[in-house]
Design a binder for this molecule. Sequence first.
Ligand code: PLP
Length: 396
Amino acid sequence: MDAKISLGEPRVLVSRQALLHNASVVRRAVGPGVKICAMIKADAYGHGADIVADTLANFSTRRYEAPLVDALAVASIDEAERLPHTILPVYIFRPVENCFLGRQRSRIEQAIRNGWIMTLCSSSAADDVARIATSIGKRAAIQLMVDTGMTRSGVTGEELGGLLDTIEAHASLKLVGLCTHFACAEDLGNAATAEQLQLFNAATDAVAPRLKNKVIRHAANSAALFLRPETHLDMVRPGIALYGVDPSLAPSSERLLKPVMKWTAPLVQIHDVKAGAMVGYGQTWRATRDTRIGIVPVGYADGYPRCLTNRGVMVVQGQACPVAGRISMDLTTIDLVNAPHAVLGDEVIVLDSDPLSPASVYELARLASTIPYEITSGIGQRIHRVPIEIEQGVPA
Ligand SMILES: *Cc1c(COP(=O)(O)O)cnc(C)c1O
């Protein structure tokens, strides 16, 4: 018989239910009066921005008639263009620079026409955006980033007044927001966050009397919104928490966030090997006993970090199966000694949604000496993102 059976393909499963749960945890933390801006940059930290936007902003179930969040945010205009249509405000956080260079001008036109809120940090960029807006007969919605200690994007508190002078000189610019970003919000013992907040409040209070319309002030990322209520201001900007990863970067019994992502792949081949067999490039792994080696169609080109060679763990039939040998571009080999009944086509959990699993995002990040953000946002475009629909009667 020649019939080919399909063993399935690697997938990132995205739980809509977990997303809604995490959004409601954030809502409870900030109360009803504070807006929530969902950070869905970098393809929603690798979860699929279309699925996440649809779930948080557009999706309506019998339980949630209104969007669970008040705004969406991405890094670039390109990312905004790829979002499904939404009635919510869309913020673009990477500051606008060099508008007249190359394709940038038409992108900015596009952003203005769509009413997306662009971030400005310089008078020259403000002049450029204003000119583009005027040329198409529209007003551009903008926000200003104040740098209070990251030394990344933004103007200092002292420079804010000067930038506002430029903005006010242009009728085609509409200021809607003022924001800053914390460097150390997850570190409760660190005084930097309080200092940053104080600088931001002082800078924005100083310019408040001259603002013509209501301007939204916002600062808090996931860590700040849970740990420091005084940072909530008018809006919070959770990213990682919405994806169910605790901002302390370890599972927390306090907040009970639910990881949204589960990355699976089929077991596509099994080799029975004798003690002494060598596995993979460089033959870095040697069987110390007779065992079975499973082949998983996921490699470093898919974002499974190559440094997990001989360190990573995947889960098969509920059992931890260590990575055996070097991770290659498209494939990974695992030792099935703990899963003796594994068969072809079995689901291999590459990254588990159970926060206590040996293949949890926390554990993968720890083994790879990085943070969960880098693991999930690094998962490649070859892996399909598949939404898991909401079962009857949930979420809690
Ligand atoms: C990514 C980002 C956030 C979200 O941070 P999390 O730690 O994921 O909550 C908030 N604000 C800005 C400006 C960001 O770039």
